[in-house]
Design a binder for this molecule. Structure first.
Ligand code: FDM
Length: 191
């Protein structure tokens, strides 16, 4: 069986530098010879993504549980092509994924385990940019989600080069090595 690609997710609060990190990481992994593609969630270009964009920019109101499921649906739409890319050896780097889904919805009071359900196997200017929401999201990321076996926490209050060094160390150890050296098939999140 051909080696599969790694699936790397960068999560964090709004405006913490994820987009810069994704670009730098993609370049560094490509330089190491790994075919690499970047993704961003929510993907605001699809039909579900356009509704999510309206929600995030306060153009429409949507029930908390309904919008959570729509974010999950937006990821599910991308799943077949992501699996195909991973299985064919392309490493994927996502700017946010299901951890944001859980942290942002749980920050509004939804049950954390309920929030994980739609992504389980088989299945500022913007609304959230307030200190109150970001503080709750941060503690959900750090206190409730960090024990996850896939998860590495990187301090963002360092220079761009220092953060990149820490991101690379985490990515090589947690994602690239298991994907490339163990020939595993692409699994499920939160099984
Ligand atoms: N967000 C993102 C969620 O609330 N749920 C999700 O499942 C995902 C993927 O959308 F406020 C929120 C997090 C953030 C916004 O902003 C996306 P960016 O600037 O496009 O990352």
């Amino acid at each position: 069986m051909a080696k599969r690609g790694a699936f790397i997710v960068l999560e964090g609060g709004d405006r913490c530098g994820k987009t810069t990190r994704v670009a730098l990481l993609a370049q560094a992994l490509a330089n190491l010879g790994h075919p690499t593609k970047t993704l961003k969630f929510p993907d605001r270009t699809t039909a579900t993504g356009r509704v999510l964009n309206q929600y995030l920019t306060n153009a429409v109101e949507v029930d908390d549980k309904a919008i959570h499921l729509l974010f999950a649906q937006n990821r599910r739409e991308a799943e077949p092509s992501m699996r195909a890319l991973l299985q064919s050896g392309t490493t994927l780097i996502a700017d946010r994924y299901a951890y944001s889904g859980v942290a942002y919805s749980a920050s509004k009071g939804l049950d954390l385990t309920w929030c994980q359900r739609p992504d389980r196997g088989g299945y500022g200017a913007e609304r959230y940019e307030s200190t109150r929401v970001q503080t709750r999201v941060r503690s959900l990321f750090l206190d409730r989600l960090r024990d996850d076996r896939n998860w590495a926490v990187v301090r963002a209050d360092q220079s761009i080069e220092e953060v990149h060094r820490d991101v690379m160390a985490a990515v090589l150890a947690r994602a690239i090595r298991p994907a490339v050296e163990e020939e595993r098939v692409v699994g499920e999140l939160w099984v």
